[in-house]
Write a new protein. Sequence first.
Length: 132
Amino acid sequence: MQDFRLGEAAAVLGVGVDALRRWADDGQIATTRTTGGQRRIAGDELARFAVARAEDEQGDSASELSARNRFVGLVTRVTTDKVMAQVELQSGPNRIVSLISAEAVRDLGLEPGVLAVAAVKATNVIIERPDR
């Protein structure tokens, strides 16, 4: 099983290394130490923690939609024409791009710096392994 250095795990979670250290010190996420004293997190433990953390952040709002893949983030760019708009959202290390109506952008008040949630429901999702 793959394990992760604290910096790698923090990048996956979209948080700083200091936050991850605090959670480890509080017992919220299990770590092991290498012979050199560096902390490592097992892949399955990181996955468990990421799911629990996402559920805590989303609360019950995910149950109101059929889409369970929700990404809270900051709107970084909005490009509109008369009918359509492209909205870019930064959620941790993830950049999410959505094409929606210009009317929806106006109604939601979407502009750079606004906190928003991208709810994704797709029949085709491509998964890759960046380490291979």
